[in-house]
Design a binder for this molecule. Structure first.
Ligand code: SF4
Length: 269
């Protein structure tokens, strides 16, 4: 299938190569319109997305999710990178795989994606070591969550899962997952030389919190501005639930979830 830039497309993502290859066999057998971009993802016309997903799932093939293909400006580069991408192979490492189980567009910015991946084993024991290694992270020992930002992306490491918000696209997501896998395994290998940090660091700034707020300065929370709300939230003097648009407007659902996780990690939920 050739991409027609005047049409809308979706990227369907698979959790592993086996499911990706099986899915492509199913699509071929149904003579479906699709473009192979990788063993881990395909592009289909937006109007055929539901039928393609149904056909794949009916054959017991796992689908991680899908999101609109809107990357007109770097399309060719995207296809090239997707085609060349090879999931990092590992043997004998602490973390052998991260299975991408959920992919969807970010609610507040549909050009970005959010995702959930599951580790092949519990990393709780490594979190204090990662807390020592990752600069600017925020660790909640009780809840076993380590939160940190990689540029504009927000990454949460839990005992058995990782969530990422605001990844650029699926290639960006794959690269981050590979980096995290390597980081966890290397940290485990080097743990004898790392002093574990059990401190619950609060490194998130008011400006970072402000970035996830609706930024309308509507005053419904009782503060004059969203930035004032962010400052008071950080001090534990405000509650996230007092931000009315965040709690009530569907376009902020994703931001609310991220803010809740961040507030929990900071102990100001
Ligand atoms: S209610 Fe939310 S959007 Fe309105 S001013 Fe307060 S923080 Fe900003």
């Amino acid at each position: 299938m050739e991409i027609d830039k005047s049409k809308q497309y979706e990227i369907i993502v698979f959790p592993n190569q086996d499911d990706g290859l099986k899915a492509q066999r199913v699509l071929l057998s149904k003579c479906a319109d699709f473009k192979h971009i990788s063993t881990l993802a395909v592009v289909v016309p937006e109007e055929h997305k539901e039928a393609a997903c149904r056909a794949i799932i009916d054959e017991d093939v796992l689908v991680s999710g899908h999101y609109p293909f809107l990357y007109r400006d770097y399309e060719e580069d995207f296809f090239k990178k997707a085609h060349e991408y090879k999931a990092s192979e590992s043997s004998g490492e602490f973390l052998k795989s991260i299975t991408l189980c959920y992919v969807a567009p970010c609610m507040a910015d549909e050009k970005k994606i959010r995702l959930i991946g599951y580790f092949d084993r519990d990393i709780t024991e490594i979190l204090p070591y990662l807390n020592a290694v990752i600069k600017g992270g925020s660790y909640n020992k009780g809840a076993s969550i380590l939160t940190y930002a990689k540029e504009r992306r927000l990454i949460n490491l839990y005992n058995i899962k990782i969530t990422i918000a605001k990844a650029d696209d699926i290639i960006d997501a794959w690269v981050i997952l590979d980096e995290v896998k390597k980081l966890v395994s290397n940290t485990y290998s080097n743990r004898d030389t790392i002093k574990p940090n059990y401190e619950e660091k609060v490194k998130v700034t008011a400006l970072q919190i402000y970035g996830w707020l609706p930024k309308t300065n509507c005053r419904a929370c009782g503060e004059a501005t969203c930035l004032a709300f962010a400052c008071r939230l950080l001090l534990g003097e405000q509650k996230l639930s007092r931000c009315v648009p965040l709690s009530t407007e569907s376009k902020f659902v994703e931001n609310k979830k991220i803010m809740q996780e961040m507030a929990e990690a900071l102990g100001v939920a």
